[in-house]
Design a protein. Structure first.
Ligand code: HEM
Lengths: 277, 456
């Protein structure tokens, strides 16, 4: 088996998991969500195998680096982190229906990596500046952070489509209580914030060891700081100003927009030191 | 304006509010976007060309061409700092008493009103239940305070009181980071230094202002090497540097990207390279063609070195480099000049003009020499930095992570178990808890404690 085979199959398994989750939601069948979860876990395992194989293959080619070195690899890893985080949440909170809002995100990220013709899945050599253990720490923590924000974004959407009246017969009425959604959004933001903080810090330490400056206001750095500010605002609004519910869900959605811009927008629209997400 | 409020009071109140924090953070976030869109530290002409004369004036007034160091951006950061300091002072006076109380007090009534309160009957008397519960509570939570009530007994225990300090750790870490940044920008520098191979220098040039900075020691570049992947992308840059202090060689070290040299608070990074401009080439790859067989061999040769010819046919020595090589009164331009000495000891001067690679083929003789490649000298581009604030910044980093961890995942929790006598060997047990954060997980904890107690 090769990594490309493993990752291609991962894409389809994630697609299948999304279909099951959406089906469970549309037809109000709990069983489908249970199957969806199992499929998602299988996809996640396949995803893991793909990443490990790619790591090994890079050593066989002779480049020898961790598979976090270009846009393709980072998107594959992004899917992986969102998947593991969601699996964790579903096991902890035992609410399978919320998978409807997360499984498609997992699928979309890896599908984008596989199908966008601008994203090459070649294993390429590392330029000297990227050869650092800090790179691995930086990428892993940043992506755990992004994953937390992505899941929190999915949950925030839930807040807006759940009907206000509890006796409503719409399919959305089966969603978890507003209190629980609120709690979930907050927990995911906290998780994301902690890791984004560590991600920015490891990035700074790395920049300091490669270029002698821990902060240069490079667009990518600046945007990650903007994202950090947005979520810091989120936290203070909740803890000090007592914000909850819809208003706070909006802040989390804006925060995720900042994440997306940091990840994609900066590379495509602005210029700077970072060669990929 | 309320009466009896002096101006300083109003200022204090202004800085005391969390609204200010939120608005300032919002302003920082939105204005930061500008600097990622508009070019920073560019040439004035670029701005005029891109945005026109009028808009360029606006850019100059607000320093948008270097906005992260503009007065208004720094002012926002200063406001945040004052905000944190004022708020912390204001709140610490009360929080301090909560964190370090003279005696831990609790109010059972408060626990009786809590939503997460659970009730279950047990078939045992108050006394023996209270010993079981006390043991349980002290194992689960911590030191237990026991008090008699009219109808039974209450047991109180708490943990994590100190975690209330977490927020202050986070906020002081931010101050520490900014202090470190300030120290760095006042007493540090960032400079560039290009050194040709074999050359020694003690002066770097400030990246922005191009002013010379004397390092207090000299750096000699002994060697520079760049390696490429098959794809042509660079794989590694390496410079061998020798530090020279007071005329004496101190030590030699190889530096690579990500592996800088640090000496006396100054960091030397590999940042670029190029072909040495002014220097004359001093080594070549020499091609030797054996005319009767047509075989060509190559040898790397420095000025002053010599090479044995095939089959013991004598030696060739590379003598010098000439910018104007004169051949029969013609100027052939740049050339290397060497001496061929045959077995018998006769020598012959041989010119190898760079512009005419096959020049020597016209000469009669068993061998023809040529310059197959010029081994150009490189210069190494070093980035030299000094940042005495770095340890403040790194301490800030560590404190921020620790502080965030404490704030997010730890809390000050207190639990109360109340045992009320119903009959001689029948009692009611109430259990409830309260916390300053993460109410949801505390609720789960109370539930699980209740279940465990029921099992006893
Ligand atoms: C970006 C810079 C920040 C500024 C300017 C700032 C400022 C403030 C201020 C003025 C307060 C109210 C006063 C107080 O309770 O001491 C506050 C409260 C708080 N801040 Fe921050 N803060 C910042 C970053 C953070 C971060 C990164 C965290 C994440 C852990 C955080 C967590 C909190 C918490 C939990 C409170 C509530 C304190 C309480 O419950 O008593 N702050 N912040």
């Amino acid at each position: 088996m090769t990594s490309s085979l493993a990752l291609a199959s991962t894409t389809f398994i994630y697609a299948l998991a999304s279909v099951f989750y959406i089906g469970s939601f549309a037809f109000k069948k709990q069983v489908l969500a249970k199957i969806g979860f199992i499929v998602l876990v299988i996809g996640f395992l396949d995803n893991t195998v793909g990443i490990i194989l790619r790591w090994i293959e890079s050593y066989q080619i002779g480049y020898g680096h961790a598979p976090f070195a270009n846009m393709y690899e980072s998107l594959v890893f992004f899917s992986w982190t969102v998947a593991i985080l969601y699996i964790f949440v579903e096991l902890k909170y035992k609410e399978s229906i919320i998978g409807v809002f997360v499984a498609p995100l997992v699928f979309l990220a890896i599908a984008y990596a596989s199908f966008d013709p601008n994203i090459s899945n070649k294993i390429s050599p590392l330029v000297p500046a990227l050869k650092s253990n800090w790179l691995i720490a930086h990428v892993i923590t940043c992506f755990l952070g992004y994953a937390g924000f992505a899941v929190s974004f999915g949950f925030s959407i839930m807040y807006f489509i759940k009907p206000k009246k509890s006796e409503s017969t719409s399919i959305f009425a089966k969603l978890p209580s507003f209190d629980l959604i609120d709690e979930l959004i907050y927990q995911m933001v906290v998780f994301g914030f902690l890791f984004l903080t560590i991600g920015i810090i490891t990035g700074s330490v790395w920049a300091n060891s490669a270029w002698g400056k821990y902060w240069t206001w490079d667009p990518k750095e600046t945007w990650s700081l903007i994202t950090w500010f947005v979520y810091a605002i989120f936290m203070h609004l909740r803890m000090m100003r007592g914000w909850h519910g819809k208003n706070l869900a909006w802040v989390s959605i804006i925060g995720f927009m900042a994440v997306l811009f940091t990840y994609f927008g900066v590379n495509n629209l602005l210029s700077g030191l970072h060669s990929y997400g | 304006m309320k009466k009896n409020q002096t101006i300083p009071d109003l200022i204090w109140q202004f800085f005391c509010s969390v609204k200010l924090t939120i608005y300032t953070l919002l302003l920082l976030a939105t204005t930061s976007i500008v600097g990622t869109i508009i070019l920073q530290n560019g040439d004035p002409r670029q701005y005029v060309q891109e945005y026109g004369e009028g808009f360029y004036n606006l850019i100059k007034i607000f320093n948008i061409d270097d906005m992260y160091h503009a007065w208004w951006f720094l002012a926002l950061i200063v406001i945040l700092c004052i905000n944190i300091v004022v708020c912390s002072i204001e709140r610490l006076s009360t929080t301090w008493k909560v964190i370090f109380p003279k005696k831990i007090k609790f109010n059972p009534d408060r626990f009786r009103k809590l939503k997460n309160r659970q009730l279950f009957p047990m078939e045992n008397d108050v006394h023996s239940l209270s010993t079981t519960c006390e043991k349980f509570l002290s194992k689960c939570v911590g030191k237990v305070i026991k008090e008699q009530t009219a109808s039974g007994v209450v047991l109180y225990a708490e943990k994590g009181r100190w975690t209330r300090i977490g927020v202050y750790i986070v906020h002081s870490s931010i101050l520490l980071l900014l202090v470190g940044a300030l120290i760095g920008s006042l007493f540090g520098f960032k400079a560039n230094m290009n050194i040709d191979e074999g050359v020694t220098s003690n002066t770097a040039f400030n990246t922005k202002l191009k002013l010379p900075i004397h390092l207090g020691f000299s750096i000699r570049c002994d060697d520079f090497e760049v390696k490429f992947y098959d794809t042509g992308a660079p794989e590694d840059f390496r410079s061998t540097l020798t530090i020279i202090e007071n005329g004496k060689e101190s030590f030699t070290k190889d530096i690579r990207v990500n592996h800088p040299l640090r000496y006396k608070g100054i960091n030397v990074f590999q940042s670029s390279y190029g072909q040495a401009r002014s220097s004359q080439p001093d080594s070549i790859t020499l091609g030797i063609l054996q005319k009767n067989t047509g075989l060509e061999t190559t040898h790397s040769l420095k000025i002053g070195q010599q090479v044995q010819l095939p089959d013991d046919n004598g030696v060739f020595r590379l003598d010098k480099f000439e910018t104007h090589f004169n051949f029969k009164k013609n100027d052939l331009g740049q050339a290397f000049v060497g001496t061929l000495t045959n077995k018998e000891g006769d020598s012959l001067i041989i010119g190898l003009p760079l512009r005419f690679p096959t020049f020597d083929k016209m000469r009669k003789g068993a061998f023809a020499f040529s310059v197959a490649a010029l081994n150009q000298k490189y210069y190494t581009g070093l980035q030299v930095t000094k940042d005495p604030g770095i340890w403040f910044v790194y301490t800030g980093f560590i404190l921020m992570i620790i502080g965030c961890w404490i704030t997010f995942f730890m809390s000050h929790q207190s639990y109360l178990i109340e045992i009320i006598k119903k009959q001689d060997s029948e009692s009611d047990i109430y259990i409830s808890g309260t916390t300053n954060r993460n109410t949801q997980s505390l609720k789960l904890k109370v539930n699980s404690m209740a279940n465990k107690l029921k099992g006893k």
